[in-house]
Design a binder for this molecule. Sequence first.
Ligand SMILES: *[C@@H]1O[C@H](CO)[C@@H](O)[C@H](O)[C@H]1NC(C)=O
Ligand SMILES: *[C@@H]1O[C@H](CO)[C@@H](O)[C@H](O)[C@H]1NC(C)=O
Ligand SMILES: *[C@@H]1O[C@H](CO)[C@@H](O)[C@H](O)[C@H]1NC(C)=O
Ligand SMILES: *[C@@H]1O[C@H](CO)[C@@H](O)[C@H](O)[C@H]1NC(C)=O
Ligand SMILES: *[C@@H]1O[C@H](CO)[C@@H](O)[C@H](O)[C@H]1NC(C)=O
Ligand SMILES: *[C@@H]1O[C@H](CO)[C@@H](O)[C@H](O)[C@H]1NC(C)=O
Ligand SMILES: *[C@@H]1O[C@H](CO)[C@@H](O)[C@H](O)[C@H]1NC(C)=O
Ligand SMILES: *[C@@H]1O[C@H](CO)[C@@H](O)[C@H](O)[C@H]1NC(C)=O
Length: 658
Amino acid sequence: MVVVLLLRAVGLGALLQLHAGLGAPSTPQRSFEIDYDRDCFLKDGEPFRYISGSIHYSRVPRYYWKDRLMKMKMAGLDAIQTYVPWNYHESEPGVYNFSGDRDLEYFLQLANEVGLLVILKAGPYICAEWDMGGLPAWLLKKESIVLRSSDLDYLAAVEKWMGVLLPKMKPHLYKNEGPIITVQVENEYGSYFACDYDYLRYLQKLFRHHLGDDVVLFTTDGASSLYLRCGALQGLYSTVDFGPGGNVTAAFLTQRNSEPKGPLVNSEFYTGWLDHWGRRHSVVPTNAITKTLSEMLARGASVNMYMFIGGTNFGYWNGANMPYLPQPTSYDYDAPLTEAGDLTEKYFALREVIGMYKAIPEGPIPPTTPKFAYGEVALKKVGTVLELLGELSPSGSIKSTYPLTFVQLEQFFGFVLYRTTLPKNCTEKTPLLSPLNGVHDRAYVSVDGVPQGVLERGRLLQINITGKAGAHLELLVENMGRVNYGRFNNDFKGLVSNLTLGQDILTDWEMYPLDIESAVGSGLTSNDELKDPTCNPSNCTGPAFYICKLSIPSGIPDLPQDTYIKFPGWTKGQIWINGFNLGRYWPVRGPQVTLYVPSNILVTSSPNNITVLELEQSPCGVQKCTIEFVDKPEINETLLYESNPPKLFTRDSWPDHI
Ligand SMILES: *[C@@H]1O[C@H](CO)[C@@H](O)[C@H](O)[C@H]1NC(C)=O
Ligand SMILES: *[C@@H]1O[C@H](CO)[C@@H](O)[C@H](O)[C@H]1NC(C)=O
Ligand SMILES: *[C@@H]1O[C@H](CO)[C@@H](O)[C@H](O)[C@H]1NC(C)=O
Ligand SMILES: *[C@@H]1O[C@H](CO)[C@@H](O)[C@H](O)[C@H]1NC(C)=O
Ligand SMILES: *[C@@H]1O[C@H](CO)[C@@H](O)[C@H](O)[C@H]1NC(C)=O
Ligand SMILES: *[C@@H]1O[C@H](CO)[C@@H](O)[C@H](O)[C@H]1NC(C)=O
Ligand SMILES: *[C@@H]1O[C@H](CO)[C@@H](O)[C@H](O)[C@H]1NC(C)=O
Ligand SMILES: *[C@@H]1O[C@H](CO)[C@@H](O)[C@H](O)[C@H]1NC(C)=O
């Protein structure tokens, strides 16, 4: 079998070389299909294999799309692969956004102009270390919904969404002069517990209905018969994914079990790996990647490198794994292009390997963009979340005997303030408990405005508090990102079960959904005359807003440039620049210490408004009350590294698998 495969690969290599020299044949109509006889793709009737790289448009500012695509083109790639995150485009049922950074069609058009083909992973589920694997949280309004199955309410929502997305994609198909050569249905479905063939069949019909019978639809699963069992479906071409270092022959043999004929495809060849807060930064050595890539290319396989550029989880878009561990803001992934699009040694090494199998385009590679250290900027405290509650929650509170979840409150991201009163005198330390691990995901607890500590999902389920009967007990609850993988996708946020004080269940809650984006955009930063710029240690703990202005120096050419923010002495929070939500910082947990700031969100004509929501403890009043703009990223400094962390559930250790 091995010999046969190798011979076949040599045959294909020769074919590819032959056709490379002939130039584009004058075909009347563009076509992209599978040649089952010659085990390859056919592009305009000619044998074809692709070398591709993943870039997620949702993780790169639109301003930089062309730069990153050009760099990918100049590495010798034929194609790019991207996911479509459903929740990025349909934030509420029937409310769609395809503009600005979410302008998928413009992204496809740019790829086409740059000369890159596109492999579209259209979902509905994408995994991708993206909040809830791309599924909109509003699906959870039906609490018992079985996501990624034939659940009728789920299918109704999918049908409506695909009825918007796929008709937009149709003009961008290869046959219609666009760049899209293949479309992936679902994602690694064989790793999901439901194993619902009717669901895959339903998607197949839906995709065919919108895109036509002549489009190559495919699935991707882990390279093991275990995953292909539930992930593969007749009529959808089965491909596999695997990283460097393994046995390429064995991996492709698992694809051959599903697809005895047709092109060999590794849809996700891992160039690096993802990170989690509190774990070591993942690094994958270049030589391991070049070796396996070369092996795959030598046998004529089509390969997509995941990621070619990882980018950034701006805002609240990161996902999480179980046992609950959220991913950080940076999605650098140790990919050949860094989070900021910088060229790396890995980039040039991969380009060299690719150059052994095809001609690399001539011409200059767009250079790494310069970074600028704007230096330290002093912040001032605006007020605590409680002091600013009127501005942050203009709609006021919702009352309920028992706590409601974010979804029940129609708040999908960010923060909700939960308030009740102490039912009894707690003169002695009294345990405040989350017996069912129901704080999703982190609560900043105070009594009458005095911080008492933090509860954290899976980690800190109990703190002691003191206070008088009738005092306000407040928990600012943070959604740190929904689980993106596996059966825990139905990830409700907020207080998802009762809290107890001593033996008693706490009741009579008032819940304030916080609209921080609006407050930051309109109110908080405009307050130039601050009450008091200083704070002492006692009033610089607990959730509070701080602001500052960054002026871009004049007289230096080519500013603004990209930069990174460092948070010396700060603990955990969220930061906005000119209203753009850059993401979460958590330097005390790491491994990410600096946040990437793309230059396009900075202005030179006026000072830039910076808003920081520090959730625990700022350095103000103790040390310098500053953040610092530096020109180098630090994403590999796990400070509180857990020496014996719980093992994550992976595809291979899923507790309920089969
Ligand atoms: C749509 O998304 C873009 C890019 O994130 C954003 O700038 C814009 O405000 C959004 N539009 C609406 C109506 O929310
Ligand atoms: C790789 O897998 C193939 C097929 O299972 C097997 O024949 C071969 O011995 C393996 N090679 C190595 C180096 O393990
Ligand atoms: C709490 O203690 C105060 C005295 O410090 C007392 O007046 C009050 O009745 C107590 N309340 C309850 C509910 O026990
Ligand atoms: C709470 O207080 C009790 C009694 O002082 C102590 O034994 C316990 O360790 C404390 N628990 C926490 C989580 O601090
Ligand atoms: C809280 O406890 C009450 C009484 O036992 C129960 O009816 C309710 O469902 C619980 N709420 C949550 C969110 O667990
Ligand atoms: C900064 O905030 C001020 C006051 O709200 C506003 O006038 C100005 O336009 C903002 N600057 C930028 C760059 O958004
Ligand atoms: C913080 O506390 C100090 C000293 O108690 C006080 O002077 C100052 O006004 C407080 N600052 C704020 C912002 O509340
Ligand atoms: C992080 O990476 C930098 C640059 O590669 C290196 O100097 C530093 O030692 C690394 N830190 C850790 C903790 O690995």
